[in-house]
Design a protein around this ligand. Structure first.
Ligand SMILES: NC(=O)C1=CN([C@@H]2O[C@H](COP(=O)(O)OP(=O)(O)OC[C@H]3O[C@@H](n4cnc5c(N)ncnc54)[C@H](O)[C@@H]3O)[C@@H](O)[C@H]2O)C=CC1
Length: 463
């Protein structure tokens, strides 16, 4: 019944300036499609996507970053008033946002059921979409729904939402997501939400969700179409070096088949040939190199499909797939702030990339690296870091062995300082990031000077 009403606010397929927007289809129609490139013409048998603990999956599986932007945001903005206003406080939320929040509160206690029902609907009604998802959906099945719900919840916060959704839309190209898939997802989203909120669901609530999803899908579709003009949906990359540093950690170096632009501190999503459509995020372990090679530090974790494959199975000549780079834990080279870096375990990888990045820019900003590990053996990259320290007088590296686990690194940072004039970069297990942020905030560190990847995403990382 709601379907008939939904065709009003149809997402279009591409941006208005190419003549394809504005008219077409509705949620439940087939919007016009942008010209396909070879990479995006349709999901290959292994087209899939996203990262995390059991990682990613879903068509919209990129981890939601909307809520915690500030921790990884750019440096403090001296003129915030020139930008869009912050999201309205709850009492000023738009009517649609209030209805969406009401729905969210209703489904929260039954989130698992909503998730199961949503995917059941999707795959029964639209079986052609099933191959876009990994074979095993059990661990990651809620990524798509979560991303959609997160976006809807922040529908009033246009500035942040658009950036998030654009990233999401671009990231979905590697799954083989096409514009015509969006109406199917929207229909099943409404179907699942209405079923589990039937006692409160009404026309107004449905209309709010339709408007929100129409906006969400339109931004994603436009971003994917724009990205298609300048970048492949994914890169193939051949393993050219495989260096086992410990029984469970390997440094894997790959050569992409096309230039792969990225910034030090970012990460890529990675899919191996052994687990099609299962994607994980790995931070680049080096700044961009003149030979175009990329390195990742991979630790095989229990039940980590991708990480175990990369550490124990990958051989020279194997070809993996890479999604586009993501992440905002990058250095602002217009600043001369010091850099306080915490790298826990394999979290040292992007910190090493940041050191190289600062060095390449010829800067002499103080850089203090705290490298935490459980044992000496786990400090698998300490020699590299100490070599960098020898070469760069502005760099200081301290190793913190934390056998008891999980208190040493942030505590050690507290003992040094003061850290006035420093930006902080945190990379490592989610627990380390959380406690690190806590310690730094208590030490007076402004939130906007603390950068790290999203904890939600790390929780799904198969390190
Ligand atoms: N961009 C990022 O943030 C990256 C994150 N990672 C993540 O880093 C982790 C590395 O795993 P492992 O090498 O096994 O590290 P681990 O679990 O052995 O921890 C390494 C060190 O981090 C610190 N630490 C860990 N948990 C802590 C806690 N709850 N509170 C305070 N400090 C804590 C301790 O000093 C510990 O020795 C993985 O979860 C991986 O996903 C890896 C690469 C990049």
């Amino acid at each position: 019944m709601f379907e008939a009403r939904l065709t009003m606010d149809a997402p279009t397929t591409a941006s208005a300036d190419n003549g394809t927007s504005g008219g077409g289809g509705g949620w439940f129609g087939t919007p016009p499609q942008p010209a396909a490139t070879p990479n995006s013409a349709g999901p290959p048998s292994d087209a899939g996507r996203t990262p995390h603990p059991a990682e990613s999956i879903g068509m919209f599986g990129e981890r939601p970053r909307v809520p915690s932007q500030r921790s990884q945001a750019a440096p403090p903005d001296p003129t915030p008033q020139e930008h869009a206003p912050p999201p309205p406080p709850a009492q000023q939320a738009s009517p649609d946002a209030l209805l969406i929040r009401r729905t969210m509160a209703e489904i929260e206690p039954v989130a698992d059921k909503v998730t199961s029902y949503f995917y059941a609907l999707l795959f029964v009604r639209h079986p052609q979409l099933r191959p876009l998802f990994p074979a095993a959906m059990d661990t990651q099945r809620d990524r798509l729904l979560k991303a959609l719900l997160t976006a809807a919840e922040h529908i009033d916060n246009t500035e942040v939402l658009v950036a998030y959704l654009q990233n999401l839309g671009r990231g979905h190209r590697k799954y083989g997501t096409m514009p015509e898939h969006y109406p199917a997802v929207g229909e099943c989203l409404i179907g699942a939400l209405s079923k589990y909120t039937s006692h409160v669901w009404d026309q107004a609530m449905e209309a709010a969700w339709v408007r929100a999803y129409t906006t969400i899908s339109q931004v994603m579709i436009d971003a994917a179409a724009a990205d298609q003009l300048r970048a492949p949906a994914w890169w193939h990359a051949e393993v050219v070096a495989h260096d086992r540093r410990t029984t469970d950690i390997a440094v894997v170096t790959v050569r992409p088949d096309q230039p792969y632009p990225f910034l030090a501190g970012q990460y890529a999503s990675v899919e191996t040939p052994w687990w099609p459509r299962v994607w994980r995020h790995y931070s680049f372990a080096s700044a961009p190199r003149s030979d175009g090679l990329l390195s990742f530090h991979v630790k095989a974790v229990p039940a980590g499909w991708v990480s175990n494959a990369l550490v124990h199975r990958a051989r020279l000549g194997d070809v993996i797939r890479l999604g586009p780079p993501g992440g905002a834990m990058t250095v602002d080279h217009t600043s001369d702030s010091g850099l306080l870096c915490l790298g826990g375990g394999t979290g040292i990888a992007p910190i090493k990339a940041l050191v190289e990045d600062v060095a390449e820019h010829g800067e002499r900003r103080p850089m203090e690296v705290f490298y935490g590990a459980r044992t000496d053996v786990d400090l698998y990259d300490i020699n590299t870091m100490l070599r960098l320290q020898q070469v760069h007088s502005w760099l200081s590296v301290r190793a913190i062995i934390d056998q008891q686990g999980h208190i040493g690194l942030p505590d050690a940072v507290r003992e040094f300082g003061p850290w006035n004039g420093y930006d902080a970069y945190l990379s490592g297990p989610p627990g380390m990031i959380r406690s690190g942020v806590h310690v730094l905030r208590n030490a007076g560190f402004p939130q906007e000077r603390i950068r790290h990847d999203e904890v939600e995403e790390l929780l799904t990382v198969d390190s």
